[in-house]
Structure formats: structure tokens, C-alpha cells
Design a protein around this ligand. Structure first.
Ligand code: NAD
Length: 480
């Protein structure tokens, strides 16, 4: 059985703990590799390597860092098939999704921040007749980047690319549920010419190695994407140590559909925004609110099309949905279906596991599920399920739907379908979310601020926001 290794100081090495955990293939439910369960000693080793590399990396010109990060992007591109297959196998997502979304986006993340740093400038503030202030933007030092399993390399690179571009050294931890593409990155890092110790990749569980990264006194900032409960724990640990924190957390996003929308576009996009990546995207719109006059029409067509959706093994070209990421996650999703029934919900389609033929019989497949007849404030409609489950709720007025949409503790994204321009602006202004899509979903411009409000997070990623997070401003005043 293949044993993954950590990547520290430019080398693949076994964990000091000597411990490993099973890595499951969601498509078959079988263990297919072993992941280091690293500990404090591994973190210490990585921090030491990063300390040694920091003076070299932080003093390197932006031009040279740009070249290395570009080579990193090209190294992934060169191995696109290897990365695509590995991501799909590790996560259970359709191969087509890994090929069209995950891996190309990881490449873009490195390319984007490689060049962004060339254009990044700091401010100066002139005081007429008195003097001038200029602001230096210094890298923080060693930073920790911790990412989740749903978009493994995509979100991993979304953090480490700006951290590295800004001149920091990084201790990165991918999810222990999907470690494989981050593991493969080691080879690419070596080839890119990045000095050893600049980017260190540690594997293992959150409570052990993740916690040790967060608690290490020399790690100056934590950029975290994952669940709200984990974010809360990390904030409690890191805040008294005065670490900079960027938290990208859970969501329960509304998808609001008015009768005056472009029907065809709304319907095909809503199918994607409900079930893409088996509903395991923090931006999926799991609460669908439909104007009452079109509720029955929407329900009929949507349910018919969901019923035709092919759930299959990731390599099947017909697969629209693959496997969900783990047995525990599948059980969590199905337990929410049971909860929905207890809360009075009517299952219109799905609501069950899908059993495929061998060798996929034990894989974690869940039918896309549509539920109606639930109050907006019940648990099913308030808690994050993070699977292929959506609820349908009718509404009569703008005020009513705004109240329902804003009723959860989360505030990550919202989608709005209408051709009424004034209403679109009015609602965009009132919706409590960090990201609003009008007549669209998941259109991403890497320059824009990305993140949520309320329990969906603190801070923003993307563009200058990310480069600001990974640098410390220092103001210098000179008297005239
Ligand atoms: P998770 O919180 O369980 O784990 C995320 C990462 O944190 C993993 O690498 C994990 O090992 C690590 N971790 C766990 N406990 C830790 C601890 N005590 N200290 C340090 N690290 C720890 O989340 P998950 O189940 O992997 O991912 C799903 C969640 O991520 C969902 O809630 C989803 O909404 C959220 N998410 C948010 C965004 C966003 O941009 N807002 C994007 C993707 C996913």
C-alpha cells in the first residue's frame, strides 16, 4: 500500500510520529493509500526549515518569485492528467469536474498571484508642507495554511499562492480526507527551483498536526478554510497569541428565483448550483426560494430533471454526480434527510443512497435530493448539510424572501434570478452575504474579494485582499 510522506525542507520524509491513517477511495469505499499522521515534532521540523528559508525568500525580488511560482503552475499543467485523475480518485468527484474546474483553477491560482505581486503597490500620504508618509508592506514570516476536502488542490493553492507571492514561508496542511494532490505537489515544487523550506506540506488530522500548526508561536498567521466549528476553535486558540486570522467557513446559501427570470438559464444554472461536486461546494445554493406564481412549474421541471441526473463512478463520462467524500459524510447527509422528514418535509426525489455495481458497490453515492414543505426556520433549513440536498420554499413578496434568506447564522453567498434591475440592486444591497450573483452562479474573477459575513467567516481572500492579509503594513514618516 502506498505511503504518502510529508514534504519538508525540499524533501519527502516520513512523519516523526511513525503513524499513518487510512486514505479511502470514495468511489469504492476501499483504502488505497496511507497518510502520515504527523505531530508536533513534524511541525517543529517544518518551522525550522521555514525559518532558514525566510531570509532568502523574503529578500528575493518579486520578479524572481514570480518566475518560480509560474514554473510551479507550469509544473502542474505539465502533469495535468496525473493531477486530474488523482483529485477525482481521492475526492470521489467526476473526472470531468476535476479536469474542467479543480486542476485548471489550481494552475490559475499560482499564475494569478505570481503576476499579481508584480503589480502590488503600497500607499503614500503626503502632508502638505509637513512631510510624507509611505507605507511598507512586509511579509509576515512563517504562515500556516489549512484547507478542506471539497476542492482540495483548488483551495490549497488559493491560500499558499498569495502567501508565497508576498514573500512568506508556508506550513501548509491539506485535509486528511483528500491529501493526494497536495502530496504530488512536492515533486513540482522541487522542479520549480523554489528554495527548500519555503513551502512545507504536512499531512494528518486537524486535532493533532493542524492544532500544532495553529499553536506554534513562530507561525504568525493562520489562513483557514473549513467548517464553522473548527474556525471557532482556531480563533479561540490563535487570538490570544495575536496571530492574524483569515477564516473562510460554512454556508447555507439562498437561491432566490423571481417569476421574471430568464427561465432556461435559471433552470440549468440552478441544477448546477444545487448539485455540482455532489453539493459539496461552500457556495452551493441549498435553500431555493421560488416566487409563488411559478412554484408548481418550477417544482415539476426541476424534479423531472433531477430524476434524470446520472450518479455514477467518477470515471464514467456520463456521471453528473460522483461519490460524496467519505462514509461519515454520507451518513451525515442521510441523517439530515431523516431529520427533514421528522420536521414535516416531503421528499420529492432522492433522499437515499445509490448502490452501484461492483467494484463500486461500497462507494458513497447519494441521489440528488429535493425536499419541500419545510418551514424556513427549521434545522434542515438552518444548518449546513454540505451534500446534494436542496429545499424548495415558495414566497410572495420581496420583504418575505429577504427575511427568510437572511435568517440563518451564515452569510457566504446568495444567488438572485430576476430581470428587474431595480429589484436586483435593492436585494443585492439587503442580502446578508459576502458574495452575490445576479442571474449567474460561481462566476469567479480572482481579483474580487472572496469571503463571508456572520458565521461564514472573517476576512476576505482574493486579489489585493489576500496580499494585504499576507503582509504587515509599516508606516514611515519623513519630515520635509
Ligand atoms: P473541517 O473544519 O473539518 O476541516 C478543515 C481543515 O481543518 C482540515 O484540513 C482539517 O484537518 C483541519 N482541522 C480540523 N480541526 C482542526 C483543528 N482543531 N486545528 C487545526 N486544523 C483543524 O472542514 P471540512 O469538513 O474539511 O470542510 C467542509 C467545510 O468547509 C464546510 O463547512 C464548508 O462550508 C467549508 N468550506 C468553506 C469554504 C469557504 O470559502 N468559505 C470553502 C470550502 C469549504
Amino acid at each position: 500500500m502506498e505511503k504518502l510522506r510529508n514534504f519538508i525542507n525540499g524533501e519527502y520524509i516520513a512523519p516523526k510520529t511513525g503513524e499513518y491513517i487510512d486514505n479511502f477511495e470514495p468511489a469504492t469505499g476501499k483504502v488505497y493509500s496511507l497518510i502520515p499522521n504527523s505531530g508536533k515534532d513534524d511541525v517543529n521540523l517544518a518551522v525550522k526549515a521555514a525559518e532558514g528559508a525566510f531570509p532568502i525568500w523574503s529578500k528575493m525580488s518579486n520578479d524572481d518569485r514570480c518566475k518560480i511560482l509560474t514554473r510551479l503552475a507550469e509544473g502542474i499543467e505539465k502533469r495535468i492528467e496525473l493531477f486530474t485523475k488523482a483529485e477525482s480518485r481521492d475526492n470521489g468527484k467526476p473526472l470531468s469536474l476535476a479536469a474542467n474546474v479543480d486542476i485548471p483553477r489550481a494552475v490559475s491560482n499560482f499564475k494569478f498571484f505570481a503576476t499579481a505581486i508584480l503589480h502590488y503597490a503600497s500607499e503614500s500620504h503626503n502632508m502638505e508642507g509637513v512631510g510624507v508618509n509611505y507605507t511598507l508592506r512586509k511579509p509576515l514570516g512563517i504562515v500556516g495554511c489549512i484547507s478542506p476536502w471539497n476542492l482540495p488542490l483548488y483551495l490549497f493553492s488559493w491560500k499558499i499562492a498569495p502567501a508565497l507571492a508576498a514573500g512568506n514561508c508556508v506550513i501548509a496542511k491539506p485535509s486528511e480526507v483528500t491529501p493526494y494532490t497536495a502530496y504530488l505537489l512536492g515533486e513540482v515544487i522541487k522542479e520549480s527551483g523554489m528554495p527548500p523550506g519555503v513551502l512545507n506540506i504536512l499531512h494528518g488530522e486537524g486535532q493533532t498536526v493542524g492544532d500544532a500548526i495553529v499553536k506554534h508561536p513562530k507561525v504568525k498567521a493562520i489562513s483557514f478554510t473549513g467548517g464553522t466549528q473548527t474556525g471557532k476553535y482556531i480563533a479561540q486558540t490563535a487570538a490570544p497569541m495575536f496571530k492574524k486570522l483569515s477564516l473562510e467557513l460554512g454556508g447555507k446559501n439562498p437561491n432566490i428565483i423571481f417569476a421574471d427570470c430568464d427561465w432556461k438559464e435559471m433552470m440549468s444554472t440552478t441544477l448546477r448550483s444545487s448539485f455540482a461536486n455532489q453539493g459539496q461546494i461552500c457556495l452551493c445554493g441549498s435553500r431555493i426560494f421560488i416566487e409563488r406564481s411559478i412554484y408548481d412549474k418550477f417544482k415539476k421541471e426541476f424534479v423531472e430533471r433531477v430524476e434524470k441526473t446520472v450518479v455514477s463512478y467518477p470515471e464514467d463520462p456520463k456521471a453528473k454526480l460522483g461519490a460524496v467524500v467519505s462514509k461519515a459524510h454520507m451518513e451525515k447527509i442521510l441523517s439530515y434527510v431523516e431529520l427533514a422528514k421528522e420536521e414535516g418535509g416531503v421528499i420529492l426525489t432522492g433522499g437515499r443512497r445509490e448502490i452501484l455495481e461492483e467494484p463500486y458497490r461500497d462507494g458513497y453515492y447519494v441521489r440528488p435530493t429535493v425536499i419541500e414543505n419545510l418551514p424556513f426556520n427549521c434545522r434542515t433549513n438552518q444548518e449546513e448539510i454540505f451534500g446534494p440536498v436542496v429545499t424548495l420554499t415558495p414566497f410572495d413578496t420581496e420583504e418575505e424572501v429577504l427575511q427568510m434568506a437572511n435568517s440563518t447564522e451564515y452569510g457566504l453567498s446568495a444567488t438572485l434570478w430576476t430581470s428587474n434591475l431595480k429589484r436586483a440592486h435593492r436585494m443585492a444591497n439587503e442580502l446578508e452575504a459576502g458574495i452575490i450573483w445576479i442571474n449567474a452562479w460561481l462566476v469567479r474573477d480572482l481579483r474580487t474579494p472572496f469571503g463571508g459575513v456572520k458565521a461564514s467567516g472573517v476576512g476576505r481572500e482574493g486579489g489585493w485582499e489576500a496580499l494585504r492579509f499576507f503582509t504587515e503594513p509599516k508606516n514611515v514618516f519623513i519630515k520635509y
